[in-house]
Design a protein around this ligand. Structure first.
Ligand SMILES: [Zn+2]
Length: 331
C-alpha cells in the first residue's frame, strides 16, 4: 500500500516540469509521474539508512528505481543464470531472501513485487555495499561502487577494484552509474526551482579567481572542477550552507579539505586549507567557520578552491555559481 504523505506543491506544475521545490530531498515536479507515489518511501528508505549511509539521498534511490524498472512494481526481467529480476528495484530471489522484509505490514506474498518493501530493501542493500566500498580502499565514490555492485554484483567491483570499465558488459554497469547519479542530481536539486536560501552565504570574503571549467594542464581532469577565491593564507572559511561534515582531513591534491553534505543531497567542498576546525559527522550551520584558507596540496598559491558536487567524490562537480544563486548567494 502506498502511504500518501503530503509533499508540498508536488504536481502543481506538471505542465512545466522545470518548476518545483526540493522537499525532503526530492523535487517531485521533475520526477516522472509514475514515481511520485513512491516518493514518500524513497524518503523513508533514505532516512532509514542515513545514520550509516548519509550519501544515499532520496533522489539517488529514486533515480535508481527509475533506472531499474521505470517505477513499475510488477515488472519481471528475463530469466538469467542468477534468477529473474523482479519488481520496482529488480531484486533476484536470492538477493531478496537476504534483504527483503515486510515493511508496510501487508504481508510477504508479493515478495520483491511489493514496491514499498522493495524500496526499503534497496536502501539496506545499497548501504551494505556503500560500507563495503568505504572499507575497500578501491578508487571512486562509495556510492558509485555500490551502484556498480547493485547492477553487476559486488564480485565485479572486487575484480576491477572500482566501477567496472566501459568495456565490461557492453558498458551497461559503467553507464548505469553515470545515468543514475546525473538523474539524481536533477531530481534532488530543483533545476529551475527554488531551494531554501536560509543560512546560505559565500564561503569566504574574497575576489573570484579561476572560474569553473577553465581548461588547463594544472588539473588531472583537464579542467578546473570548482571556483577559486583569491585570499591570503589564514582567511576565515565558512560553510556555504547548513549541513553535515562528511570529510575533514588531509588529501593529496586538495591538501586539507572539507566536504559538507547539504539537505538536498548536494555537497560543497573547501580545499587547500591551512587548518580545519570541524570533524567528520559534525553538523554545521551556514556561515559557521570551518577552517582557514591556505596553500596545501597541489596548489599554485594561496587561495580557497570551492566545489559543488553531486556526491562526496572528485569528478561529480557541477557549476557552483548557478547553484549558489539558487541558494540566494551571488558572487
Ligand atoms: Zn581551484
Amino acid at each position: 500500500m502506498v502511504i500518501a504523505l503530503v509533499l508540498g506543491g508536488a504536481g502543481a506544475d506538471a505542465s512545466n516540469p522545470a518548476v518545483g521545490k526540493v522537499v525532503n530531498g526530492l523535487n517531485l515536479a521533475v520526477m516522472p509521474a509514475a514515481g511520485r507515489p513512491y516518493a514518500p518511501w524513497y524518503i523513508r528508505a533514505s532516512k532509514s539508512v542515513a545514520g550509516e549511509c548519509p550519501q544515499l539521498a532520496p533522489a539517488l534511490l529514486a533515480a535508481q528505481g527509475y533506472q531499474e524498472s521505470g517505477f513499475n512494481p510488477s515488472i519481471e526481467g528475463p530469466p538469467t543464470q542468477y534468477g529473474t529480476a523482479k519488481g520496482i528495484a529488480q531484486f533476484i530471489d536470492s538477493t531478496w531472501a537476504t534483504w527483503g522484509e515486510d515493511e508496510d505490514g501487508d504481508g510477504t506474498a508479493l515478495g520483491a513485487k511489493d514496491p514499498e518493501d522493495a524500496i526499503m530493501a534497496q536502501a539496506r542493500y545499497m548501504c551494505s555495499m556503500v560500507k563495503k566500498a568505504s572499507r575497500s580502499g578501491y578508487k571512486g565514490d562509495p556510492v558509485h561502487l555500490a551502484l556498480a555492485g547493485y547492477n553487476a554484483g559486488w564480485g565485479w567491483v572486487d575484480y576491477y577494484k572500482g566501477v567496472p570499465p566501459e568495456r565490461f558488459a557492453k558498458g551497461q554497469t559503467y553507464h548505469y552509474v553515470r545515468i543514475i547519479t546525473s538523474t539524481a542530481a536533477k531530481w534532488g536539486t530543483a533545476l529551475g526551482g527554488q531551494l531554501s536560501s536560509e543560512g546560505w552565504t559565500r564561503p569566504v570574503d574574497g575576489q573570484l579567481g579561476t572560474p569553473y571549467r577553465q581548461s588547463g594542464a594544472n588539473w588531472s581532469s583537464g579542467y578546473h572542477t570548482g571556483i577559486d577565491f583569491a585570499v591570503p593564507i589564514g582567511t576565515t572559511v565558512r560553510a556555504a550552507g547548513p549541513g553535515t561534515v562528511v570529510k575533514a582531513g588531509a588529501g593529496v591534491s586538495y591538501g586539507n579539505e572539507i566536504v559538507i553534505r547539504h539537505d538536498d543531497g548536494i555537497y560543497s567542498q573547501y580545499a587547500h586549507l591551512s587548518s580545519i576546525s570541524v570533524s567528520e559527522g559534525q553538523k554545521v550551520q551556514g556561515g559557521q567557520t570551518v577552517g582557514l584558507s591556505g596553500n596545501t596540496g597541489n596548489s599554485t598559491g594561496p587561495h580557497l578552491h570551492f566545489e559543488i558536487r553531486t556526491s562526496p567524490a572528485y569528478g561529480s562537480d557541477i557549476s557552483p555559481v548557478p547553484y549558489l544563486r539558487k541558494r540566494g548567494v551571488t558572487l
